[in-house]
Each structure stands twice: as structure tokens, then as C-alpha cells.
Design a protein around this ligand. Structure first.
Ligand code: NAP
Length: 253
């Protein structure tokens, strides 16, 4: 694909886990991919993998909850790759605790990265999509949006992502832009490893217990989620918008 016709994608939180798998997948699909995360050196490692496989990547260090950092990151993408028309809002953190022990800092940090981050990145990128008359926005929700003990902050953020997505679909559809959310269940990443640690269980114990509750009999991998994102951002998915796709090995989790 020539650089003139190649789609430019931004994937946030892409230094590892679901974001890194998604960045690699979109590059394999033929897009040039900006790998955005807090640690630019870690982003570079993902870009090296992308380039080793014949793709085009750009490492961008930025905190998605910081308005000026997001503006600067998008400006760099435009200057070095081109105007982005695909955005995957994936950056995320957890600060789990039961409500009575949850601090205001834990609440603000989680809402800040997931919701404020998705808002800032989408607002910074949507103009490029509108001017090209084509765009794809995918934001990571979670089965936790349906409620999960110890995750009042995270569940609120992930439910918020769903309302945000449906509103984007309504506002941007007439410009050729779709917006969808992917809501994974248990996926094997550093995030679920951190959950195991907090619960005082080994990761393998937690993974096995989760797999027993999942209809397809296994937990998810980052590539399972990347595959779904790949579909939603594809050229042919232009009539799919405002949807929440649960990717959880069953109807809910
Ligand atoms: P992960 O392995 O923890 O990766 C998240 C990445 O986001 C990390 O590289 C992290 O960087 C980065 N990040 C955190 N705060 C950021 C910020 N302010 N700006 C930019 N980047 C930031 O998590 P994951 O499991 O791949 O999850 C990816 C997304 O899927 C998240 O939105 C998560 O909520 C969602 N999800 C995950 C699961 C699951 O089971 N794993 C299930 C449902 C939904 P640092 O390491 O430097 O903090």
C-alpha cells in the first residue's frame, strides 16, 4: 500500500497487553500505527516488532489524561505518519478496592485515564476523520461495566465508555465515522496478573477459576481482542456503529 492511501491508526496504551497486540494486528492489516503509551521506550519495542514484520510504526510517549500531551501526541502523528483516521482508546489502569476503602485519588485516577483519556484523544483526532469523510473509533469497555465487586471506579468508567461511544456514533455517523466499544471478559495480561496479586492468588489459579466460568472453557488472549478491533476498524464495517461487542467467550463473561 502506498503511503498516500495507507490508513493511519493511533492505539493508546499500546506498549503491552491488548494495546500492543492491537497495534501489531492493525499494522499487519496494512495500517501505519502510532503506538502511544506513558513510556516511549516501551512503545519503541512494539514499533520494532511492527517494523520487523514489514509494517510502519511510530512510538509516542504521552499520558492520555493530559490535554496538552494528547494535543502534542496527535500533532506528532500528523507530522510523522499522516492524518489519523483510526483511533483505539485502550489505555487503562485499575485501582481496585471496596467502596468504603476507595480513595478519591483511586476514583479520579481511573476515571481520568479511561474516560477523560478517551474523551481527549477522540476530540483531538475526530477533526481529521471528519475532514476525510471516514473514520473508525473503537474504545475498550469491559464486562465490569455490568458491575464488579471491588471495581466501583473501573465499572463506572467502563459503563461511561459505552455511553460515550453511542453518543459519538450519533454525532459523527454523518461524516462517515463509526464508533464502537469492545467489552472483553478475562484476558491474560499484566492487568489480570495485578488482580491475582491483589487477591493473594497465583495468576494460574485465577485464570483456571475464570476459565471454569466461561462458556468456551478458556480465558481470552490479547489477540482475541485485537481480532475484534481489526474487524470494527475495517473498511467493510462501515454499517456497524454505536455497538458494544462483548468479547468474553460467552454472553457476559
Ligand atoms: P495493561 O496490560 O495494564 O496495559 C495497559 C497499558 O496502558 C499499559 O502499557 C499502561 O502503561 C498504559 N497506560 C496506563 N495509563 C496510561 C496513560 N495515562 N496514558 C497512556 N497509557 C497509559 O492492560 P490490558 O489488560 O492490556 O488492558 C487494555 C484495555 O483493555 C484497558 O482499557 C482495560 O481496562 C481493558 N480491559 C482489559 C481486560 C483484561 O482482562 N485484561 C478486560 C476488560 C477490559 P503503564 O504500564 O506504564 O501503566
Amino acid at each position: 500500500m502506498s503511503e498516500q492511501t495507507q490508513r493511519i491508526a493511533i492505539v493508546t496504551g499500546a506498549a503491552r497487553g491488548i494495546g500492543a497486540a492491537t497495534a501489531r494486528r492493525l499494522a499487519a492489516d496494512g495500517m501505519a500505527v502510532a503506538v502511544v503509551d506513558l513510556d516511549e521506550a516501551a512503545c519503541k519495542r512494539v514499533c520494532e516488532e511492527i517494523e520487523a514484520a514489514g509494517g510502519r510504526g511510530l512510538a509516542v510517549g504521552a499520558d492520555v489524561s493530559d490535554e496538552s500531551a494528547v494535543t502534542a501526541a496527535v500533532e506528532r502523528v500528523v507530522a510523522e505518519l499522516g492524518a489519523p483516521t483510526v483511533l483505539v482508546n485502550n489505555a487503562g489502569i485499575i485501582r481496585d478496592n471496596l467502596l468504603f476503602k476507595m480513595t478519591v485519588e483511586d476514583w479520579d485516577a481511573v476515571l481520568g485515564v479511561h474516560l477523560r483519556g478517551a474523551f481527549l484523544c477522540t476530540r483531538a483526532v475526530q477533526g481529521h476523520m471528519v475532514s476525510q469523510g471516514w473514520g473508525r473509533i473503537v474504545s475498550l469497555s469491559s464486562t465490569s461495566a455490568l458491575g464488579n465487586k471491588g471495581q466501583a471506579n473501573y465499572a463506572a468508567a467502563k459503563a461511561g465508555i459505552q455511553g460515550f461511544t453511542k453518543t459519538l456514533a450519533l454525532e459523527l455517523g454523518r461524516f462517515g465515522v463509526t464508533a464502537n466499544a469492545v467489552a472483553p471478559g478475562f484476558v491474560e495480561t499484566e492487568m489480570t496478573r495485578a488482580t491475582a496479586e491483589r487477591m493473594g492468588a497465583s495468576f494460574e489459579e485465577l485464570r483456571k477459576a475464570a476459565a471454569e466460568q466461561i462458556p468456551v472453557g478458556r480465558t481470552g488472549t490479547p489477540d482475541d481482542i485485537a481480532h475484534t478491533v481489526s474487524f470494527l476498524v475495517s473498511e467493510g464495517a462501515g454499517f456497524v456503529s454505536g455497538q458494544v461487542m462483548y468479547v468474553a467467550g460467552g454472553p457476559r463473561n
